[in-house]
Write a protein that binds this ligand. Structure first.
Ligand SMILES: Nc1nc2c(ncn2[C@@H]2O[C@H](COP(=O)(O)OP(=O)(O)OP(=O)(O)O)[C@@H](O)[C@H]2O)c(=O)[nH]1
Length: 409
């Protein structure tokens, strides 16, 4: 063997050795990543297990404990508050509350306007006949003000007109404004619990829990995401729970909302996992991390499905093992009109509701549902959704709403 051959053999062996070392390193790193994911799942089992003191939360353990090493829920499926779930794209800065109010007021005036316009056209006539009053009532009914409230409002307006006699357009407008304001406002407290002064103190119990409920497709997940942005814009720390385990896409949807503003989402990747377990886990995590607000998204359910309505009660009970549920917000689609009333009554009985979110008011001329839902349930409309944009949610402001109804009429 000559010298050149020996050199080639040595170089070949060296290359082989380097390749073996590199391959070994790659395999080792991959092994650590997998173990990391498994360990995370196991540690969460233990955590849930130690807390699972009630039969209600047994499933919190089942959520991961029934899985073998290879089946363990990947860490990414139940991110923790400390875990960075954000994408590489920069975080969005949500619109400030004041600027969103100005922008959305203009939109509200467009959505509710037909009601005011129609009412003022009739009421501005010089002699109102019984037929005119019937038209007023029909206009109110068509705008979903509700039968009882419409009849009551007509009686009040009749008496105003009798007292005032002949009145000009401005006087009629003022009369209508006062009556509508009295009906819409009803002196209700519309502040979200998390916004109250007592919750701003450093010793306030945390988290303030908000549960979103409602029938399918009303906008619960979207509103949960928008609400998280509202709180983030106010400088609050927020966490969300995807207790809609029925529809995997809902958890993804919520995670996308969370990622945009840097809010962690607690979820399970197992379809059909117990939603109460996810909510329990999230409450526990939020308390551990001293998070200000936890928003729990739930699956849409028809109000006539008794078992699904009972599930809501369970979610609430399980969360309350850890943190007080301050708000249960019923999300109603404004375009479904009086059907929304039937839903509201059943949800109120099943879980108790503290406020209404009226979504899709941008696509509806039926702002009257605001009036009827409050009158019949005694629960305030706290928020309104005025579009699909991320910041198209605002606190409900009665004077602005009434001005919107009467704008440019
Ligand atoms: N125009 C308009 N669309 C809205 C508003 N809020 C929600 N949406 C839309 O309504 C649709 C349903 O919203 P989701 O948030 O998925 O509804 P959900 O109640 O979570 O649905 P389920 O989980 O299936 O019950 C989506 O296309 C939203 O963009 C709103 O205020 N205005």
């Amino acid at each position: 063997m000559d010298t050149t051959s020996v050199i080639y053999i040595v170089i070949g062996l060296a290359i082989l050795l380097i390749a073996v070392v590199v391959a070994a390193l790659i395999i080792r790193r991959a092994g650590v990543r997998r173990r990391g994911a498994s360990a995370s799942g196991v540690s969460r089992e233990t955590e849930a297990g130690t807390q699972g003191t009630s039969p209600d939360v047994e499933h919190a353990v089942v959520l991961t404990a029934s899985q073998s090493e290879t089946e363990t829920v990947p860490a990414s499926s139940i991110p923790t508050a400390g875990q960075d779930t954000r994408p590489s794209s920069p975080l969005q800065a949500p619109e400030s509350s004041s600027s969103r109010l100005v922008r959305l007021r203009a939109r509200l005036s467009k959505s509710a306007n037909p009601l005011g316009k129609a009412l003022l056209t009739i009421l501005s006539k010089s002699h109102l006949t019984e037929g005119d009053w019937e038209d007023v009532e029909d206009t109110l009914l068509l705008a979903d003000v509700g039968a009882e409230t419409s009849a009551h409002l007509v009686e009040q307006l009749k008496s105003d007109v009798r007292v005032q006699g002949e009145a000009d357009h401005a006087a009629v407008r003022e009369m209508l404004r006062n009556r509508l304001l009295a009906i819409v406002d009803a002196g209700m407290d519309r502040t979200l619990f998390a916004e109250r002064a007592e919750m701003q103190r450093s010793d306030a119990p945390k988290p303030s829990v908000i549960i979103m409920v409602g029938v399918n497709g009303t906008g619960k997940t979207t509103t949960a995401g928008k609400l998280a942005r509202l709180f983030v814009a106010e400088g609050k720390s927020v966490m969300m729970a995807a207790a809609d385990t029925f529809r995997a896409a809902a958890a993804d949807q919520l995670e996308t909302w969370g990622n945009r503003v840097g809010v962690s989402v607690i979820r399970s990747d197992q379809d059909g996992a117990d939603p109460a377990s996810v909510a329990f886990e999230a409450a526990h995590e939020a308390q551990d991390k001293n998070v200000d607000v936890l928003v729990v998204d739930t699956a849409g359910r028809l109000q006539n499905k008794a078992n699904l309505m009972q599930e809501l009660g369970k979610i609430r009970r399980v969360v309350e093992k850890t943190a007080k549920v301050d708000e249960v917000l019923l999300v109603l689609d404004a375009t479904t009109g009086q059907n929304g009333m039937a839903q509201a009554k059943v949800f109120a009985e099943a879980i108790g509701i503290t406020g209404i979110v009226l979504t899709k008011l941008d696509g509806s001329a039926k702002g009257g549902i605001v009036i009827s839902v409050q009158q019949e349930l005694g629960v305030p409309v706290k928020l309104v959704g005025l579009g699909e944009g991320p910041d198209d949610l605002t606190v409900f402001d009665p004077p602005a709403f009434v001005e919107g109804i009467l704008a440019s009429s």
